[in-house]
Design a protein around this ligand. Structure first.
Ligand code: 6PG
Length: 265
């Protein structure tokens, strides 16, 4: 069997994966300290990776932006660098800021500095969102095309990530799905350019269709500054927060919190 036929076959197999869990209730895990939070999230990241590689020969991951993932990245590098065959791990992003990849605000730059440059990850396994392009909508469609070429989802279907990492902001935004923004309503596209009036900036973000088609989605949240929004997100269904729109249809949703972020639950 030719190698291109093998990879095409694997792509179909990976996409037509049987649902792992039919929209089971979110798992909420609270850890006494952020060190234990990051250790447990790194452990899960690797366990899901080993499972995906065993089953499908690869592990597809969407990273998050913001500051919280730094702790997870640093823990993976420090304590889990031998846990995965990194040449079989493929890195994408949930969202990106509208800046070049070397800018301090770039989510790509943060991941490169804290994770990608510190592990034997082949450059061809890293799929950056082109935040540097003047037109954020064009960057979004280019990324959507990259997702199509990688995942080969059949017509009308969405890519299925093995693992998506998310954070939440004090306003309940996640990825770059901010309250009151257009991308919240996007049903067709995998990726959207999103004008965020409250920050007077464009963002590029995966849409709910892709987030909710993942096998595993983890909200990683730490610190007392997030306690109120975590309480609302988990205990106030009427809050109508963007993060509450993340409900994997046939996957597992997890909230990994430190004690400070869970203080008002
Ligand atoms: C981004 C993120 C965003 C982030 C939250 C939380 O690009 O900013 O993807 O959704 O996860 O804003 O950010 P912190 O981890 O810095 O609190």
């Amino acid at each position: 069997m030719t190698s291109s036929l093998c990879s095409a076959l694997r792509a179909v197999l990976c996409w037509t994966r049987l649902p792992d869990a039919m929209s089971s209730p979110p798992q909420v895990r609270v850890f006494p300290s952020k060190e234990e939070l990051f250790h447990a999230s790194a452990e899960l990241f690797c366990a899901l990776g080993s499972q995906a590689i065993r089953e499908w020969g690869r592990y597809t991951v969407a990273l998050s932006g913001g500051s919280t993932p730094r702790g997870l990245h640093q823990t993976l590098v420090a304590n889990f660098s031998k846990q995965l065959p990194w040449e079989k791990v493929f890195f994408f992003w949930g969202d990106e800021r509208h800046v070049p990849p070397d800018f301090p605000e770039s989510n790509f730059r943060m991941a490169k500095e804290t994770l990608l440059s510190k592990l034997p990850i082949p450059a061809e396994n890293v799929f950056r969102m082109a935040g540097n392009l003047p037109d954020a909508n064009q960057a979004a469609s280019i990324y959507e095309q990259a997702l199509r070429e990688f995942f080969h989802p059949p017509p009308g279907q969405f890519p299925r990530f093995d693992f998506i990492l998310l954070g939440i902001g004090p306003d309940g935004h996640t990825a770059s799905l901010f309250p009151g923004t257009k991308a919240l309503e996007e049903k067709q596209h995998f990726v959207a350019g999103n004008w965020v009036e409250q920050h007077s900036t464009w963002r590029i973000t995966l849409t709910y269709s892709v987030l909710n088609n993942a096998a595993n989605v983890m909200f990683l949240v730490e610190g007392s500054g997030k306690a109120e929004i975590v309480r609302k997100a988990l205990n106030d269904p009427a809050a109508n927060l963007p993060c509450q729109g993340v409900q994997p249809e046939s996957g597992q949703l997890m909230w990994y919190l430190d004690q400070a972020a869970a203080a008002t639950l």
